[in-house]
Design a protein around this ligand. Structure first.
Ligand code: PAF
Length: 283
């Protein structure tokens, strides 16, 4: 017998939260399912810090700019439910597309330069879709704290900007990237890697780590070209971008000393799969 509640409809979720009583802090973990230890670390953090924990599983069509990517996105609902329950989630919200978008969401957000670089430049419309769904989910769940993985570094920045623009009273908590034993950042997309690309994928984080080491003596531009070369030299991985950016503006840096906190963010094509990762150069 499962004690975790599953809600398909917003009203069911609201009724459940109301029945738990007023004044309790609600922690929220939005996901697109195909859960891994990274997601579970978010649910566990929410469990430690909040009275009630809600996790959503919703593969949001509006954030996919490529229909093939949406179609191939891994889905494993039964396993996901068991994992959420094991992580101590109180209620799993599993809405349909009609529940989230009873009518098409035509909102166009403007997050300025923040959303125009990196993922924003290489996946047009992606962050608009993320902002649409996260704001819909925040309207429904009304969380006090919402948990996001640092692997999606730019997404966290965009969500914070959205919260500022729309005036949500939610604290955005960003949690460290969880990695496989060989360093590969956990991602639902790792499941889609074939054997050869899975074997090559750890070189992404190795290259980032080497980049940080080289950053002690080389300029950002020099580090950049070393990292790109190291990734591309695998023959199986192709760097889409590697930007060394100021953590607040996400714009590229020219000199280390001009910035307080600096991050290296990378996107890589590994066969049919697109992977992202990042590392702190200065924090
Ligand atoms: O990071 C994700 O899995 C998604 O972008 C999110 C935040 C659940 C919105 O669909």
């Amino acid at each position: 017998m499962s004690w975790m509640k599953t809600a398909k409809y917003s009203v069911e979720l609201r009724d459940f939260l109301a029945a738990r009583g007023a004044g309790l802090t609600v922690g929220f973990v939005p996901t697109m399912g195909a859960l891994h230890r990274g997601h579970l670390s978010l649910a566990e953090a929410a469990r430690r810090e909040c009275d009630v924990v809600v996790a959503s599983i919703f593969v949001n069509p509006t954030q996919f700019n490529d229909p093939a990517d949406l179609a191939s996105y891994p889905r494993m609902p039964e396993q996901d439910m068991k994992l959420l329950e094991g992580a101590g989630v109180d209620v799993a919200f599993v809405p349909s597309v009609e529940e989230i978008y009873p009518k098409p969401d035509t909102r166009q957000f403007d997050f300025g330069p923040l959303a125009r670089v990196m993922e924003g430049a290489s996946r047009p419309g992606h962050f608009n879709g993320v902002a649409q769904v996260v704001s819909r989910l925040f309207d429904i769940v009304q969380p006090d704290r919402a948990y996001f993985g640092e692997k999606d570094f730019q997404q966290v920045a965009v969500v914070r900007a959205m919260v500022g623009q729309l005036g949500y009273k939610v604290e955005i908590v960003s949690c460290p990237t969880v990695r496989e034993a060989d360093g590969l950042a956990m991602s639902s997309r790792n499941l889609l890697l074939d054997k050869a690309h899975r074997a090559a994928a750890p070189y992404i984080y190795m290259a980032l780590q080497k980049g940080v080491e080289l950053g002690r003596s080389l300029s950002p531009a020099e580090v950049r070209s070393h990292v790109v070369q190291a990734i591309d030299a695998t023959g199986l991985l192709r760097t889409i971008y590697f930007n060394i950016v100021d953590t607040l503006t996400l714009q590229e840096v020219e000199r280390w000393d001009d910035h307080r906190a600096i991050r290296g963010c990378v996107a890589v094509q590994a066969g049919a799969v697109r992977l992202i990762d990042n590392i702190a150069f200065r924090s």
